[in-house]
Ligand binder design. Structure first.
Ligand code: COI
Length: 372
């Protein structure tokens, strides 16, 4: 099905203000955003329009009860200049999984993909081509009913913001193994990209930062022994020649980069396992000199090498990422797929047609800033 997305173009672009050699994560937004309203049981008012502030009633349900989630994706350009998405249908599926868990409406996969295609085509000049940089895409949905009763909202907004980004972590990260606070428990919302999961992580992250750590390794809620994820990324360990990542088991985000890495490892015949990882196994492997690498994997993080892991008083110094190591190979494979230098044998890359995007007639005034 083809959706009727009206496009209202910005009068003036902000592109010339961007320093593409210095683009910290999440601070620069491109000219346009996609906005849709859910009302009367359907998605309507589908628009791409200039990025603007929105104004809301203070009773907005998302603000009170956190009915809100997001996705994270990237658009890249091949060296020949063709904009690409990577596995947009997987993101649509994960998004709708988050929506279901939070009692929010699904977005039809075709609408999601068409909105991304049109938005990225319109702002294609915002896609950086410097190594390690990309156009970050942030689809998100939130409840817009203006009422204080605790129930699912009847109305929602779905928005996609985009902005050029550099690497999420500029250098290898130090991780603190958390033994008091919890990110997720089976049956909770850990597998969804619920906004509240991130809110709950901020205080323990602040404590970890005060001790000099960049991120937390979340552990299971009952024993604090099984390693989960690092909040902004899934975790992989290379122990004794084998790549191991924790099984998600409903508590860990099913990362799409994580899934890509598992498929790449399989395709290349690199030994790997998906299973629970006990902290004692990591400590033992370190003590025996068998911990070869540890790294985070995520859309924003791509491959983020870990340089240190601390468990209580025990500090493990993780070897640096070497040029021919497994994490370096995974990073090169993802970057090569994104810039088109590695053929897409996986069928993941989604080229975007950039023939002129048809915009709505100029005369019409469209900046509807209130929720419909
Ligand atoms: C992403 O990798 O896109 C994420 O969602 C992590 C984000 C919290 C920075």
């Amino acid at each position: 099905m083809k959706y009727n997305i009206r496009v209202y173009q910005a009068k003036k672009s902000n592109l010339s203000k961007v320093d593409f050699n210095n683009i910290p994560f999440g601070q620069t937004y491109s000219d346009h955003m996609f906005v849709a309203d859910y009302k009367d049981g359907q998605w309507q008012n589908l628009q791409i329009r200039p990025l603007s502030h929105l104004s809301f009633h203070p009773g907005l349900m998302a603000l009170h009860y956190g009915q809100s989630f997001f996705e994270g994706m990237k658009a890249s350009k091949t060296n020949a200049g063709v904009p690409m998405l990577m596995r947009p249908e997987m993101h649509a599926q994960r998004m709708n999984h988050s929506a279901e868990r939070l009692c929010m409406p699904a977005i039809p996969e075709a609408l999601f993909v068409q909105a991304l295609e049109k938005l990225v085509a319109l702002d294609k000049n915002w896609i950086p081509q410097t190594p390690g940089a990309a156009l970050y895409l942030r689809p998100f949905m939130f409840a817009t009913d203006e009422t204080l009763g605790v129930r699912p909202s009847n109305t929602y907004k779905f928005i996609i913001l985009t902005g050029p980004v550099g690497p999420y972590y500029a250098k290898p990260v130090k991780l603190w193994v958390e033994q008091k606070y919890v990110r997720a428990v089976a049956g909770g919302t850990g597998e969804a990209k619920a906004a509240g999961n991130y809110a709950g992580s901020l205080y323990p992250m602040k404590l970890a930062a005060e001790r000099g750590y960049d991120q937390i390794i979340w552990t299971d809620a009952f024993e604090h022994k099984y390693l989960h994820e690092a909040g902004t990324m899934n975790l992989f360990f290379v122990m004794d020649g084998k790549v191991i990542t924790p099984s998600t088991d409903g508590e860990i985000l099913k990362g799409i980069t994580r899934d890509c890495f598992l498929k790449i490892l399989k395709a290349k015949g690199i030994p790997h396992e998906v299973r629970p990882i006990h902290i004692d196994e990591l400590v033992q492997s370190y003590k025996n000199g068998k911990l070869e690498a540890a790294f985070g994997a995520g859309t924003a993080a791509v491959v983020s090498p870990v340089c240190e892991i601390t468990y209580g008083d025990f500090k493990m110094t993780v070897p640096e990422m070497k040029p021919n190591s497994i994490p370096a190979l995974l990073k090169a494979e993802i970057e090569g797929l994104r810039n088109g230098t590695i053929p897409d044998t996986y069928g993941w890359m989604h080229p975007i047609e950039t023939a002129a995007v048809v915009t709505a007639p100029k005369k019409k005034k469209v900046l509807v800033l209130e929720p419909a």
